[in-house]
Each structure stands twice: as C-alpha cells, then as structure tokens.
Ligand binder design. Structure first.
Ligand SMILES: Nc1ncnc2c1ncn2[C@@H]1O[C@H](COP(=O)(O)OP(=O)(O)O)[C@@H](O)[C@H]1O
Ligand SMILES: O=C(O)[C@H](O)[C@@H](O)[C@H](O)[C@H](O)COP(=O)(O)O
Length: 186
C-alpha cells in the first residue's frame, strides 16, 4: 500500500513534566488525527521504572536508551508515512535533539499548567509509577522549547478536548496537515 505523497500525516511529540496531561492529550490527538499512538513510559527499562517508583530522578544516561527507542519508533512512523503521536517528557533540549535526529520533521507540543494543578493531577492519578515527589525535579530539569525548535507551547489547564483543539490550531499555524483520514493509493 502506498501513501499519497501529497499529504503527509504529522509526527508529534507531546512534551512536558510528569502529570501535566501528556498521555491524555496525546491519546486524544492521535485519535483525532487518525495516526498511531505510542506510550513513552512503555519504552523505559525495568530499572528506570524501579528508580522513579522509589522517587529517584533519572540521569542523562538512564534517559539515553529510552530516547533512542522512542526515536526509532518515530523514524519508523515517519518512513512508513503513517504519522504518529507519542507523549514523552523530553524535558531538555538535548533530549529533543535525539528525537529530532531520528525524525527531523517532528512537531513538539509543550504542555504547560500551574505547579499546583500538575501536583494535584499527579496525586490523584492512580496506578502510575511516578510519585508526586519528583515534580520539583522534573520542573528544574525542564528546558522550554527554544527558537528554531519546531512546535510550541499549549496551556493544558482546560479540559483535554479543548487542549487538543489548541494543539490542532498550533499545528495548522505551523503549516502541518491536521485533516485525516489520510489518503492511500495502490
Ligand atoms: N486537561 C486535563 N484536565 C484535568 N485532568 C487532566 C487533564 N489531562 C490529564 N488529566 C489527568 O491528570 C492525570 C495526569 O495525566 P497524564 O495524561 O497521565 O499526564 P502525563 O502523561 O503528563 O504524566 C491523569 O489522572 C489525567 O486523567
Ligand atoms: O525523563 C524522566 O525523568 C522520566 O522519563 C519522566 O520525565 C517521565 O515523565 C516518566 O516517563 C513519567 O511518566 P509521565 O511523564 O507519563 O508521568
């Protein structure tokens, strides 16, 4: 099956601190765009999950193989021209550079919300390994998108559906195609 080369579904990385709402928004966005979704948490090694569960922040070395695996997923989606959406904290510029090296056209959506609101969301979330105690470390590590990075920031304070609409507006402003279903030929 070949895709119509005139229309290219986007590859999107939803970034931001733990608990801000990346997974919720990314899942909805993928459905809205009609593209595959992957959960970045699933790419962590068991050792990294154990570390975070114990309240210990990851190091750059811990994050390296994780980011490379997510980069491979993005590259495969890009090469297959299926597009895709993945929530991935990608807190530092150099982490995003790893993902961009794999998928140069990736669009980064930085979700933001007030500290108290993110803390509340982390505390109320059940069945997740990430403790509320790591929020301050996540915020200290965060480097917002810089000039020249494809993407932009979106306020994740409103309800998830409204946040997705803001993301679609941002992508459309940047010239990304946001209207699936994606035509196929052959
Ligand atoms: N826009 C939102 N408004 C209110 N609650 C939200 C919103 N987005 C996510 N949540 C809730 O906040 C918690 C953290 O969301 P999640 O998507 O897991 O964040 P992240 O992937 O960034 O860690 C979840 O319990 C989720 O249901
Ligand atoms: O780089 C890191 O310190 C971690 O990977 C972290 O940033 C990431 O966010 C976790 O995967 C938690 O998962 P959520 O972001 O989905 O809460």
């Amino acid at each position: 099956m070949r895709r119509d080369p005139g229309r290219r579904p986007p590859c999107v990385v939803v970034i931001g601190v733990s608990g801000v709402g990346k997974t919720t928004v990314a899942r909805l966005l993928a459905r809205r765009l009609g593209v595959p979704f992957a959960e970045a948490d699933d790419f962590h090694s068991p050792e990294s999950v154990a570390k975070m569960s114990a309240g210990v922040p990851l190091t750059d070395a811990d994050r390296e193989t994780w980011l490379e695996a997510i980069g491979r997923w993005l590259r495969e989606r890009d090469r297959a021209a299926t597009g895709g959406v993945v929530p991935c904290s990608a807190l530092r510029r150099r982490y995003r550079d790893v993902l961009r090296a794999a998928c140069p056209d990736a669009f980064f959506v930085h979700l933001t919300a007030r500290h108290e609101e993110v803390g509340r969301r982390m505390s109320e979330r059940s069945g997740h390994f990430m403790p509320r105690a790591l929020l301050e470390s996540q915020e200290a590590t965060l480097e917002p998108l810089e000039a020249g990075e494809r993407g932009g920031a979106v306020d994740a304070g409103p309800a998830p559906g409204a946040v997705v609409e803001s993301v679609l507006d941002l992508m459309a402003e940047a010239g990304d195609d946001t209207e699936g279903p994606w035509p196929t030929t052959g």
